[in-house]
Design a protein around this ligand. Structure first.
Ligand SMILES: CC[C@H](O)CC(=O)C(=O)O
Ligand code: MN
Length: 344
């Protein structure tokens, strides 16, 4: 139980959705099944499964999935006895039709995600999800880009559409603990529904941020086991669980089993260790979408540009989700400018 709320803390494991960015959306059913089965056995509350950019994300712009996400969702549902399988939906990328398909396969919860200043585009999807009988939560991404008052205004819109909780989503891993505290506190005061937090560890403060969120009364909490999420990963689930136990907060998930999942099942899926390297550090420092990292690294290689320069420029231009094409534009502009300098 959260001391500042009468609601229990519920954890959503996102390695099979946010972690999809890390594996360039190449998850297979054979990989998803054992992860979902083991998480369910450990007592995980929600397991999110979708393309990294949510339902319908498998496109040239965001990266093609190896396996249709609906097959992965179906596989996860088949493996779960008690956990609820969740999906992510970004209006403009995923459709109500795709949500219906996921619902028919057994997904029980949807997070409808918009940029932090664009909650108005979530109305139709939130209404539709509620009508389908899904637990329906709002997810305000890139939360560091809006002042607290704006965040509150946007969260209230989601609440008015029928969202049953709203998340502060630190997509860039740019927020610091006091900033998280301020945002969660403001939402708790302004909303009648639950408040959640989704962190990224690019500045190595995801666990601290999540603890700050919980101390302010957030009850919907995200983590990725072994940090298997975009950039340097999310709040590391098994670490968070250990910290919560040390704080005297029991959430009903088996810590030892989560440690074993991290080590034995999830670590072998990760192409490179989920550490804070120069690329992911710049994401947090410049306030750039964590899912942009691999795209910037690829563009950097193609145009001979340091990916840090690309990411810094994207931060300056305040690039938001959906502007992945800007990554190539920036890399190409830099390459052109450098050639001019050399020639001149
Ligand atoms: C592009 C969707 C994004 O990965 C959602 C998310 O997890 C975040 O904004 O952090
Ligand atoms: Mn994320």
């Amino acid at each position: 139980m959260n001391r500042k709320s009468d609601k229990p803390i519920k954890i959503t494991e996102v390695c099979l959705r946010d972690g999809s960015h890390v594996v360039a959306h190449q998850y297979t059913e054979e990989q998803v099944r054992p992860v979902a089965r083991a998480l369910d056995d450990a007592g995980m509350h929600y397991i999110e499964v979708s393309h990294g950019d949510g339902l319908g994300g498998s496109t040239l712009q965001y990266g093609r999935s190896l396996v249709d996400e609906l097959k992965l969702i179906e596989a996860a549902v088949e493996e779960c006895r008690q956990a609820t399988v969740a999906v992510l939906l970004l209006p403009g990328i995923g459709t109500v039709h795709q949500l219906k398909q996921a619902r028919e396969l057994g997904a029980g919860l949807v997070r409808v995600a918009t940029h932090v200043t664009e909650a108005d585009v979530s109305a139709q999807h939130i209404h539709a999800a509620r009508e389908m009988g899904m637990e329906t939560l709002g997810f305000l991404m890139m939360a560091h880009m809006a002042p607290v008052e704006k965040l509150v205004e946007q969260a209230k819109l989601m609440e008015s559409y029928g969202a049953q909780a709203v998340y502060v989503t630190d997509s860039a891993g740019a927020l610091l603990p006091d900033q998280v505290r301020e945002r969660i506190r403001a939402l708790r005061q302004a909303l009648d529904i639950e408040v959640g937090f989704h962190g990224h560890n690019n500045l190595s403060v995801a666990v601290a941020n999540t603890v700050a969120a919980i101390e302010e009364g957030a009850t919907r909490i995200d983590g990725s086991v072994r940090c298997l999420g975009a950039g340097a990963g999310n709040t590391q689930t098994e670490v968070l669980l250990a910290v919560l136990e040390r704080m005297g907060l029991q959430v009903g998930i088996d810590l030892y089993k989560m440690m074993d999942i991290a080590e034995d099942i999830v670590a072998p899926l990760i192409p490179n260790p989920q550490e804070i390297n120069k690329g992911s550090l710049v994401l947090g420092y410049a306030g750039v979408y964590s899912s942009f990292l691999l795209h910037a690294e690829r563009a950097g290689k193609r145009f001979g540009i340091d990916p840090r320069d690309i990411l810094m420029e994207l931060g300056k231009r305040k690039a938001v989700g959906g502007q992945e094409d800007l990554i190539l534009d920036v890399a190409a502009e830099f390459a052109k400018a450098q050639k001019r300098e050399v020639k001149g």
